[in-house]
Design a protein around this ligand. Structure first.
Ligand code: SF4
Ligand code: SF4
Length: 740
């Protein structure tokens, strides 16, 4: 049995699953020559007219451009530039209705032709002497994209590096009404073959297969004649069946090879180009004529002169229709593309682009509008017609449910949107429209997923970079430390440091016993000082306790037990006062009856009782006691002893006051104030002698107040000054009253 290549050489053809046979209706246009349209008033040039990205703008509004001048750049491999179809001025660059089923606005350059049709400078290439890179650059710079309808950048397919067995030229043109490629082959077969030559130079295939449907006998004959000099070029006439022009379907027809799901024809060694694309390549390389125009079939019963026209890219559809005698009807539909795969235009300002092969303006009878959609009856006619062996009814169900997973599972991506299923559907369900919407949704989801994936990858890459930098830093530090250590060892510095450390340690070891000795000595001295302080305090307390004059009684237990020096002094003063009082009382009872009542000892005791708790009160009480005792003694002296003995009487009190003052500066102040009051009082008593009245307890209280004030003011200089002033005023007042 001959091999595949032998079978192909022998002219064997195969078939594909499904397909339909709609009326061709090509006779409207395929019998007339191609008409050349006049240059329109405005050309609308979308910046992107292919599958890929738009190139960067190279011109500005108001700029004059020449025919063939590049308007956008080819700065990206997926970018295909656009060119000025004729000379003119750039009027604007604004969004305009796009020639797409979505009719979304696309950034469009509006050119006002100047009618001169002035060319830029052209540089034809000899493809036999050019390298592949130059040829590919010329193809890309000429703005060539697949002209069969897909619009894939031609330079990418022509620049494949993997081995290619078959180069297939698609000249099937299976869709009804369309005859653009037919007419092109009839009129420019030689140029087309030159374009195929250039592609063979780039791809070096084993064979070239040119597929033409059997309803184009003139075109097939022209192509056979043009290829007669090429040994490995094979023109194959295939039966008319829709959609034989589908990429996978034509490959199967001509080679019996099936492109696996999700794979490309290049993966099985096949590259397919449209016949119009081959023509454009030849023009670009051999004439430096970029893609500026294309042949468009303008058909439909509303046209007086349906025909194929050579239209500049950017020509509004309305200009095409006008050139063909368009007679609009109520609810007129104008379709871009054929009746099977085309879409209804939103308005007639939509321009001709690189992928536009047909504009159809049918009457309502010729091509009825879609009727009301009915429910699927599960007849499976769609599945029988599907050339991709899909299950259109299942795809419809999951498209309505927006179940992306199921749609992928049922290979929606393999749907070529041929419309064969919708054509046969008895329920008039616009199946292809559902599939287009579902595909757009899936593309959007994939774009979002890709974005999320890229963001995640960037995040992980950043974390990895930070971690790597951290580890490198640590490693660097460790290496530096090791290098420093080695350097020190090498220079001997380490030994010097070690010696220095040893000396310091030895010194510390020697100093340790001395420090211990010093500590013990300091502790002993501190303990000795504490003991001396305690002895001194004890001795002082004993001295205070035994200080009263001889013959007086021992201090009270409260005084002796009180360890506080202040309290002890107060107690001593109280004891002296009590002793003096007792002596005076005894003396008074023994000698004579006294006019003045004895001092109220109970009151004194009551006053003195809290003195143990409060040193200040104790001082006050002591002062009162001493004042009363003194007053009593003075009274007795006035009656029994000469005044000269008063000083002797006062001596013990003065001595005790001095002792108290020695104890506490505040008490010293109290004692001093008391002494001054006593002296003043004695002086006044001597001055008045027998005439002055005897001091009463009020005077004593005044003196006590003075004492208290003195005691208080010692704590505050300002209060001291006030107290001193009050004391002086009182003394002066008393003296005045005594004098008067
Ligand atoms: S449009 Fe898609 S599902 Fe319908 S017949 Fe064509 S390939 Fe099959
Ligand atoms: S042809 Fe229409 S009615 Fe029949 S199974 Fe397909 S979608 Fe349903």
């Amino acid at each position: 049995m001959p091999g595949l290549f032998q079978q192909i050489q022998a002219g064997k053809l195969w078939d594909f699953h499904g397909g339909i046979h709609p009326p061709g209706r090509k006779e409207q246009t395929n019998q007339k020559p191609i008409a050349v349209l006049p240059i329109p008033d405005r050309l609308y040039l979308p910046l992107r007219q292919h599958i890929g990205v738009a190139g960067q703008l190279l011109v500005k509004v108001g700029e004059r451009v020449l025919k063939g001048q590049q308007l956008t750049g080819a700065d990206n491999s997926m970018a295909v530039p656009i060119h000025a179809p004729t000379s003119g001025t750039v009027l604007s660059i604004t969004p305009h209705t796009s020639p797409h089923p979505s009719a979304l606005p696309e950034l469009t350059l509006v050119l006002e032709p100047d009618g001169l049709d002035e060319w830029r400078q052209r540089e034809p290439l000899n493809f036999l002497t050019c390298d592949n890179l130059t040829l590919l650059s010329r193809i890309q710079d000429s703005g060539i994209a697949g002209m069969g309808g897909a619009g894939f950048p031609t330079h990418i397919k022509a620049g494949l590096t993997q081995p290619v067995d078959y180069l297939i030229i698609n000249a099937v043109e299976c869709e009804p009404y369309i005859s653009a490629d037919d007419l092109l082959m009839q009129e420019a077969a030689t140029t087309i073959v030159k374009g195929i030559d250039i592609l063979c130079r780039l791809l070096n295939p084993k064979a070239v297969l040119i597929g033409i449907e059997d309803d184009k006998p003139i075109a097939a004959a022209a192509m056979m004649a043009a290829c007669s000099q090429r040994e490995h070029y094979y023109v194959r006439v295939v039966p008319t069946k829709y959609p034989s022009g589908g990429e996978k379907q034509l490959i199967q027809l001509l080679t019996n090879k099936e492109v696996p799901n999700g794979r490309r024809p290049a993966d099985i060694g096949i590259v397919m180009q449209n016949v119009g694309t081959a023509f454009a390549i030849a023009q670009a390389v051999l004439d430096d004529h970029p893609l500026l125009s294309r042949i468009v079939t303008v058909a439909g019963d509303t046209l007086n002169q349906p025909q194929n026209v050579l239209a500049l890219l950017g020509t509004p559809v309305s200009a095409l229709l006008d050139a063909c005698g368009f007679q609009s009807q109520p609810q007129q539909r104008v379709i871009m593309g054929g009746p099977m795969m085309g879409f209804t235009l939103p308005d007639l300002s939509v321009p001709v682009v690189k992928t536009t092969n047909c504009v159809l303006a049918p009457t309502a009878q010729e091509l009825p509008a879609a009727s009301t959609e009915m429910d699927c009856i599960r007849c499976s006619a769609c599945a029988d017609a599907c050339p991709a062996s899909l299950l259109p009814q299942q795809l419809l169900w999951y498209s309505k449910a927006k179940d992306s997973d199921k749609l992928n599972e049922y290979n929606l991506a393999d749907c070529i949107e041929c419309g064969a299923c919708a054509y046969v559907c008895p329920s008039e369900i616009p199946l292809v429209q559902y599939y287009r919407v579902a595909k757009a949704d899936i593309r959007e989801q994939q774009r979002e997923a890709l974005k999320a994936e890229q963001a995640k990858a960037r995040f992980e890459a950043r974390n990895a970079r930070l971690e790597q930098e951290k580890q490198e830093r640590q490693q660097r530090n460790q290496q530096l430390a090791a290098a420093r250590q080695q350097q020190q060892l090498a220079s001997g510095a380490n030994t010097a440091v070690a010696d220095a450390l040893a000396r310091i340690k030895a010194k510390q070891a020697q100093a340790a016993p001395a420090d211990e000795r010093n500590k013990e000595q300091i502790l002993a001295e501190r303990e000795l000082k504490k003991q001396q302080a305690r002895d001194y305090q004890q001795q002082k307390a004993q001295q205070q306790a035994t200080e009263p004059p001889s013959g007086q009684p021992e201090p009270t237990p409260a005084a002796t037990n009180n360890t506080d020096s202040k309290a002890a002094a107060v107690a001593a003063a109280i004891a002296r006062a009590q002793a003096k009082k007792a002596a005076q009382a005894t003396e008074q009872h023994a000698t004579k009856q006294q006019v003045m009542p004895a001092p109220n000892t109970e009151k004194i005791n009551e006053a003195l009782a809290p003195a143990e708790a409060d040193p200040r009160k104790a001082a006050i009480a002591a002062a009162i006691a001493r004042a009363k005792a003194k007053q009593q003694a003075q009274t007795e002296n006035e009656t029994s002893a000469p005044p000269a003995s008063a000083g002797a009487v006062n001596k013990p009190t003065a001595a005790s006051d001095a002792a108290v003052a020695a104890e506490d500066p505040r008490k010293a102040a109290v004692a001093a104030a008391l002494a001054r009051a006593k002296a003043k009082k004695q002086a006044s008593a001597e001055a008045t002698e027998q005439t002055a009245p005897v001091a009463t307890e009020a005077v004593i209280a005044d003196q006590a107040e003075t004492v208290v004030a003195d005691a208080v003011v010692k704590e505050d200089p300002r209060k001291a000054a006030i107290a001193a002033a009050i004391a002086r005023a009182k003394a002066r007042k008393q003296a005045d009253s005594e004098n008067s």
